[in-house]
Design a binder for this molecule. Structure first.
Ligand SMILES: Cc1cc2nc3c(=O)[nH]c(=O)nc-3n(C[C@H](O)[C@H](O)[C@H](O)COP(=O)(O)OP(=O)(O)OC[C@H]3O[C@@H](n4cnc5c(N)ncnc54)[C@H](O)[C@@H]3O)c2cc1C
Length: 315
């Protein structure tokens, strides 16, 4: 502990054997295609690289942030004053003679889905079509069709705040709608074990196809820059969670634009961006949408998309 911040890049190279990348445009790592340059960037491709890079950043009090696929993130126009660590540690295996699969956190959800088809394991079909990694999906308890990632999690390996690698069970995460404890604790998810049930390949495939068809009807095509639903679905005074789009629709969201950011005509809760759009455009548009919904319905919409200010950190 107590290492000097300025020594971080040299110590990084000495410990990991790879140089840090400098001044990397974050727009290339966010599905919004927005974001200035990060001072430093590292693509961690093994557990050792992930653990050591995070531990070194913490020891040197060097601002850092972990990303997965960047499908739920809005980077700052000013980039990031520290190091962005992209988790690219991938791989999935079936636990012996069990209906459990263990997957590294950098594995994509689409790869995981393909694996469950091959292994004839059912449960995660609802995740089909949600872009990103396991790490992002557990962090935000990603879900669709009334099911969420946490429902199937058995246990996970983490790098905790003390720098220890620990195994925790599902309860540790305190999952709720689009939320887990990771948001508060800033542990790094290393791997996850899901408990599934035996299923038939053709049935699993059919459910996946059905889900993908439903998504196609309301979501923008893959080449459109966005980060999925911008706002969480609010809970009304009667306790019912109601789609944010219902309210956004009624305040004329679909006709609103700010600079290069606009609301997707097919779904009022999707903010989409054009080439040249800035984070400021997206934030301004979101603010306007929130203001309108608050004025008309007295509902405070909360962002699902995570904005990462240039001077923030997980330290
Ligand atoms: C077209 C589209 C459709 C979408 N549909 C849905 C949907 O139906 N349901 C839904 O829930 N979401 C949806 N999303 C949002 C997004 O796909 C999910 O939030 C996804 O889980 C993000 O994963 P990611 O790897 O890209 O995370 P990132 O965006 O890279 O990161 C998100 C957060 O997770 C944290 N994180 C990532 N990896 C780790 C790790 N290993 N340890 C600790 N923290 C970590 C990051 O620090 C960050 O705070 C959609 C997005 C798009 C673009």
């Amino acid at each position: 502990m107590g290492q000097k911040k300025a020594d971080f890049p040299a110590h990084f190279f000495a410990n990991i054997g790879k140089p840090l990348q400098k001044f990397i445009p974050l727009r290339d790592y966010s599905n919004f295609k927005i974001g200035g340059k990060a001072d430093y960037f590292f693509n961690a491709s093994s557990i050792m690289e992930l653990v050591v890079s995070v531990s070194l950043a913490r020891e040197h009090s060097f601002p850092y942030y972990i990303i997965g696929g960047g499908y739920n993130l809005l980077f700052d126009d000013d980039g990031f004053r520290g190091i962005i660590i992209k988790n690219s540690v991938k791989g999935v295996r079936r636990k012996e003679k069990k209906t459990e699969i263990q997957t590294f956190a950098g594995t994509s959800l689409s790869h995981l889905i393909q694996f469950t088809i091959k292994e004839e394991l059912s449960g995660l079909e609802f995740l089909a079509g949600i872009p990103g990694t396991i790490g992002g999906a557990i962090f935000g308890n990603a879900g669709a069709f009334e099911q969420s990632t946490g429902d199937y999690l058995k246990e996970a390996e983490l790098l905790d705040r003390k720098g220890e690698q620990i195994t925790v069970n599902r309860d540790y995460f305190k999952f709720s709608y689009r939320q887990s404890i990771l948001n508060k604790k800033h542990d790094v998810l290393l791997s996850a074990t899901f408990k599934l049930i035996n299923g038939e390949k053709e049935r699993i495939k059919a459910r996946i196809e059905e889900n993908l068809e439903k998504r196609k009807k309301k979501h923008p095509p893959q080449d459109i820059a966005c980060a999925g639903s911008y706002f969480k679905n609010p809970v009304l005074p009667d306790g019912k969670r109601t789609p944010a789009a219902t309210f956004l629709e009624k305040v004329g969201a679909k006709h609103l634009t700010k600079g290069g950011a606009s609301v997707y005509p097919g779904h009022s809760n999707f903010i989409i961006t054009q080439e040249g759009a800035s984070a400021r455009d997206v934030i301004d548009l979101a603010q306007e949408l929130k203001k309108r919904v608050k004025e008309r319905f007295n509902i405070e919409l909360e962002e699902e998309v995570i904005f990462l200010p240039a001077d923030s950190s997980l330290l």
